[in-house]
Design a protein around this ligand. Structure first.
Ligand code: PLP
Length: 376
């Protein structure tokens, strides 16, 4: 079967096989990774290798720190303002809203200061699908109402529910803002390289492209440490966690271990002359193109997102005849094409094509799309 879940999501089979083989006895230690002290030397090797591989794959500059935290990406909706709101005395926080996840982030930040939506793709007049008015584009950055004194600017670089992805991150300096850019990269981290010259902080839950739920990654520039509000919980204070190698409290040890195996899998990928993340990105481009071409070329299916910002990872689509939804999903499940039902907020279907989804999975989906259209 092929699992198109938006997350927790499919992981490379070889990663799961290795984890299973090492489950009871990690490298002759006589212990499962689950049973190890996070402060022991065995676990030290695991977390250090994980960070080194992450730095290598994403080309994280030396003056950025990597934190392995808990709480999920939604905790970061609060943790981020708790740490960065006070970067400027006015505590202004600028939010760009391109889908439900960035909307949620903006709402949470309101509790901690002057959070404002400075650009929004919400379009109340969009045709209503399943009761929801859709997000289908990214407002032109030249129209964002960025505030000169903002502590930071936040956006979600891939909207998992609405399938809207920034293929290029904005250059805030060119837009007249000196504020650091913070991004939620939960659902496309490690699917493509990241331009750190434009990003001061990136965070994400691991449960899509990296590993199981429970691990939250935060990668941030060193100068952003040390500004937490006094009410910030210690375990969520970026500086305290950075000073303690993410071990102020017990980190999600097993999730970090699986993440490490996934990073090694990415490093080993080959696609023609390409290796590692470049190979994975090339495959992701090919998978997304195959599916979008099929949808655009059909009379039955439809994707409403502006082609300039369609997500490579999450592809929402609709049947023009919605009464056929249940039959579509039942036939898909019979063919081992799993978890294609769209988010309840949007309706229709959604196929998530994370790194571990092979091209063969997308080919099987496209075959079913064509066959079902012929039957209709
Ligand atoms: N942000 C994005 C882009 C997501 O896709 C998700 C989860 O699906 C979240 C935030 C929330 O993550 P968590 O459930 O880890 O809090």
């Amino acid at each position: 079967p092929y699992n198109f879940s938006p997350g927790p999501a499919t992981l490379p089979e070889s990663v799961l096989q290795q984890a299973a083989a090492e489950m009871l006895d990690w490298h002759g230690s006589g212990m499962s990774v689950m049973e190890m002290s996070h402060r022991g030397s065995d676990y030290g090797l695991i977390i250090e290798q994980c960070e080194a591989d992450l730095r290598e794959l994403l080309a994280i500059p030396p003056h950025y720190r990597v934190l392995f935290l808990q709480g999920g990406a939604q905790a970061q909706n609060a943790v981020l303002p708790l740490n960065l709101a006070a970067l400027q005395p006015q505590r202004q926080m600028d939010y760009v809203v391109t889908g439900s996840w960035s909307q949620k982030s903006a709402e949470e930040a309101l509790k901690y200061g002057d959070a404002q939506v400075v650009a929004s793709a919400a379009s109340p007049n969009h045709p209503v699908v399943g009761g929801h008015s859709g997000y289908t584009h990214i407002p032109n950055p030249a129209t964002w109402r960025l505030r000169p004194q903002a502590s930071y600017v936040h956006l979600c670089s891939n909207e998992t529910v609405h399938g809207v992805e920034f293929h290029q991150l904005p250059d805030l300096r060119a837009l007249g803002s000196g504020a650091p850019l913070a991004i939620d990269f939960s659902s496309h981290v490690l699917s493509r390289p990241l331009d750190w010259s434009r990003v001061a902080l990136a965070y994400g839950g691991a449960q899509k492209n990296i590993g199981p739920a429970g691990l939250t990654l935060v990668v941030l520039r060193e100068d952003l440490l040390g500004h937490a509000l006094p009410i910030c919980p210690s375990v969520f204070d970026y500086r305290l966690q950075a000073n303690n190698q993410s071990m102020l409290n017990t980190p999600p040890t097993y999730a970090i271990y699986i993440a490490g195996l996934t990073l090694q899998w990415i490093k080993a990928q080959r696609e023609g002359d390409l290796t590692g993340l470049a190979a994975v990105e090339a495959r992701n481009i090919a998978k997304a193109r195959l599916l979008y071409d099929c949808i655009d070329g059909s009379q039955l299916y439809e994707n409403r997102v502006d082609p300039a910002c369609r997500s490579r990872m999450n592809v929402p689509f609709f049947l023009r005849d919605e009464s056929r939804n249940a039959a579509f999903l039942a036939g898909a499940a019979e063919r081992g094409l799993l978890q294609l039902k769209g988010h309840k907020m949007v309706g229709g279907m959604r196929a998530s094509l994370y790194n571990a989804m092979p091209l063969a999975g997308v080919q099987a989906l496209v075959e079913w799309l064509r066959e079902f259209e012929r039957q209709s």
